[in-house]
Design a protein around this ligand. Structure first.
Ligand code: DX5
Ligand code: ZN
Length: 220
């Protein structure tokens, strides 16, 4: 199983996005956290900045939309340059229709669930998604502690993906670090978001390598 590291730029130095993105060019994706101050109690940036990031990023953009009304907005993040666009199950009016639309635009379609949201209803329609994002913190802020009880949800999702024979990626996001990435990989995650762990490290690129090695040692 391939391991993917997707550092979140949420806690990087926004005054030097180009330099901050260059630091993680050995990762697989750049994770872009879009927050609207409605779906989550925090606000980051929207379409114009994602468009600008897409122009300078050495990595494809993994856009995580923590916003209301993704049915209206998510397609515009594909147009802005998102190669993968993940919206929240709690916010989407018609998750299936939206996933199909994102795919029709040529992007990977991801579905995210907050810690208290069940993944079960979506395991029957796995073929509609390219990635399931199991949040390991309540979305909204970087630097929070990993909720390890989410590993049951990850394991259940891995089992369903394995049975389906599909190549649906399983992402974890929130509190992923040297201390937690191994249990997430062991539970069945293959795509790892890490914000503060990477950007607070003395050497971001080296931290990406360490995280990748730790996860690789434990994947199924
Ligand atoms: C949280 C965001 C995460 C966050 C991760 O709402 O979706 O992507 O930036 O940051 P860390 O790794 O610091 O928890
Ligand atoms: Zn995120």
């Amino acid at each position: 199983m391939a391991i993917r590291i997707s550092p979140s730029v949420l806690n990087c130095d926004f005054s030097d996005l180009k330099g901050e993105l260059a630091k993680i060019s050995n990762a697989d994706w750049a994770h872009i956290d879009v927050m609207d101050n409605h779906f989550v109690p925090n606000m980051t940036f929207g379409i114009p900045l994602v468009e600008a990031i897409a122009k300078i990023s050495p990595l494809p953009l993994d856009c995580h939309l923590m916003i209301e009304q993704p049915d209206i907005w998510a397609p515009q993040y594909v147009e802005a340059g998102g190669s993968s666009v993940t919206f929240h199950a709690e916010a989407a009016q018609a998750p299936l229709r939206l996933a199909r639309q994102l795919r029709a635009q040529g992007a990977r379609a991801g579905l995210a669930v907050k810690p208290a949201t069940a993944i079960d209803p979506y395991l029957d329609i796995l073929d509609e998604f390219d990635m399931l994002l199991i949040m390991t913190v309540e979305p909204g802020f970087g630097g929070q502690s990993f909720i390890s009880s989410m590993m049951r949800k990850v394991a259940k999702t891995r089992e369903a993906v394995r049975k389906s024979g599909l190549d649906v990626w399983i992402q974890v996001d929130g509190g992923v670090s040297r201390d937690t990435i191994e249990i997430a990989a062991q539970a069945g995650a293959d795509t790892f978001v890490a914000g503060s762990a990477v950007y607070r490290a003395a050497d971001a690129a080296e931290e990406v390598n360490v995280l990748r090695d730790l996860a690789s040692g434990h994947c199924h």
